[in-house]
Ligand binder design. Sequence first.
Ligand SMILES: [Zn+2]
Length: 222
Amino acid sequence: MNSSDGKSILVISAHPDDESLGAGGTIASHASSGIPVDVLCLTSNKTRLAELDAACKELGVRKVYAGERDDFAIDLDLRQEVVNTILESRPSVIITHSIEDYNMNHIVCSELVDQAVDWASHSTIFENAHRVERIYHMEINSLLSRPHVIVDISTNYDSALSALKKHESQLEKADGFYVKFYDARTHLRGVQGSCERAEAFTIKIPFHAGPFYPENSVKRLI
Ligand SMILES: [Zn+2]
């Protein structure tokens, strides 16, 4: 087991199963290396929360945060809840949805995370303000057109698939689409990454320039 050097990951998803489908192998890979991974899921109910807990246990997640609300009840008013979780979890990086996604709730979640990351970084607002280094966007039911990074999950694929299958209430949807798609997509990304199985992400550096971001006023680029 490696040291985390104080680094940690927070995964912020719209629905139970998104964490496994989009980043299950990546979560398991980091958790098994000793890097703490927390998950915030914005929606759940009793059944799906139990499935989420079981999946996250399989992946080695440190802490699960979940909002109990309907699948579609995601809007920008949830920003403070996301900020509170960022300030408690204090992640180096966040993994969340991409605005390239087909699902409207995933797109709103992605925008919500952008706003929350910015808001949580203001030391003029929060005594315990926290700067997230990077945001990684995952792919769920559609493919990212231009991923920046391919993560080799070959040794963690079995754990990720097992976690995905903990979401029993979702497995029969669309003729077993989720498991089939995860199998095909991780294989495709593995071919791209010269490994057996992989997950793909785009990267966003969430910093601004200007008088309220003095750490981003520099004398040299390198
Ligand atoms: Zn979803």
